[in-house]
Design a protein around this ligand. Sequence first.
Ligand SMILES: NC(=O)c1ccc[n+]([C@@H]2O[C@H](COP(=O)([O-])OP(=O)(O)OC[C@H]3O[C@@H](n4cnc5c(N)ncnc54)[C@H](O)[C@@H]3O)[C@@H](O)[C@H]2O)c1
Length: 350
Amino acid sequence: MKTFRITEREARESVIVCRKNAFASELAPLREKLLGGGGIIFTDSNVFALYKKQIEKYLGGVPVFVMPAGEEHKNEETLFHLLNAMREADLRRNSCLVALGGGVVGDVGGLASGLYMRGISCIQVPTTLLAQVDSSVGGKTAVDFGGVKNLIGAFHQPARVIADPSFFKTLPRRELRCGLGEIVKHGALSAPLFEKLVSATDLLDLSFLGGIVPENVAFKASVVRKDPREKGLRRCLNLGHTTGHAIELCSNLSHGECVLWGLLFESKLAARHLRTDREFGEKLAALCFRALEGGKMPPLELESALLDKKNTASGEVTLAVPVAAGAFEILQLPFAQYQAEIMKIAEELC
Ligand SMILES: NC(=O)c1ccc[n+]([C@@H]2O[C@H](COP(=O)([O-])OP(=O)(O)OC[C@H]3O[C@@H](n4cnc5c(N)ncnc54)[C@H](O)[C@@H]3O)[C@@H](O)[C@H]2O)c1
């Protein structure tokens, strides 16, 4: 008997360009290649309404498929409509999908490009702050299914990510704060970025945010490079998310606001159980409050923390928690204890 091994090259090379006006300078030269079955632009109704003129100017003639905006459309129906549009546009194995939009467009477009003809290349052009600093980097793609978020998905690294801060000028403040949640999370894991955030005068200033996108991308890319399939280190990116997701399910706060609350609670939880840097904990809490702009305490129905994919062992909650600038640890607690302690921390914060 002979045994053969195929070593999977897990992370295909992904080039990430962060530059003002990169949409025009990087995509216009590709127009010829994208015509006549070479590619398709995938976007959502809001982004299309705002950027139709630029799409026509730089990529005129390339077929465009527009999905209705919103997480509620991140589903199998949109995925199959897109796959059908790709077929109708005569895309081939060497064609390319350009996903122009926020994390929803990026996730659906990334999955469709991973499925079509067993995988064609994808260029991610993230237009929200969250998509630029987080979702477009790392190759995770998915749609929600049967009421479960991101249930159907795959890893498919984009060939290219084009992060252009010019898109931020049309983003509502709520969407900016959504991205800020992930930026503060990266800051808790990266000491130099943390210092920049702590000393920023206006966390939502567009030129400040545009300036720190590359650092965030570099940080996330470094984590993904070391752990492309989330087998270990990449779990650090769940910082603040176990509690954050639970809050998201019982409130009308944005994902980013929930992550900020999650970071706040989980850093205080960490201080009760682990050796943590007290000064760092205080600075992180102050940073979260500043980013939240004094939002009031959210509802805390935490049962859904148990539904988190990581908490497979029954009754236990597993959290990646911040302990010092650039350092995290994994904390595991019985659910009842986790819930009681979060409630106590909430009382202390009020
Ligand atoms: N793949 C990953 O690693 C990863 C990581 C984090 C989040 N996500 C996913 O990302 C999604 C959230 O991403 P999001 O916050 O970007 O949401 P989104 O894509 O729904 O965009 C938010 C809103 O902003 C609009 N928009 C986009 N760009 C705009 C612009 N430049 N100006 C004005 N409006 C604009 C969109 O139409 C939408 O209404 C979720 O589905 C989440 O699961 C994926």
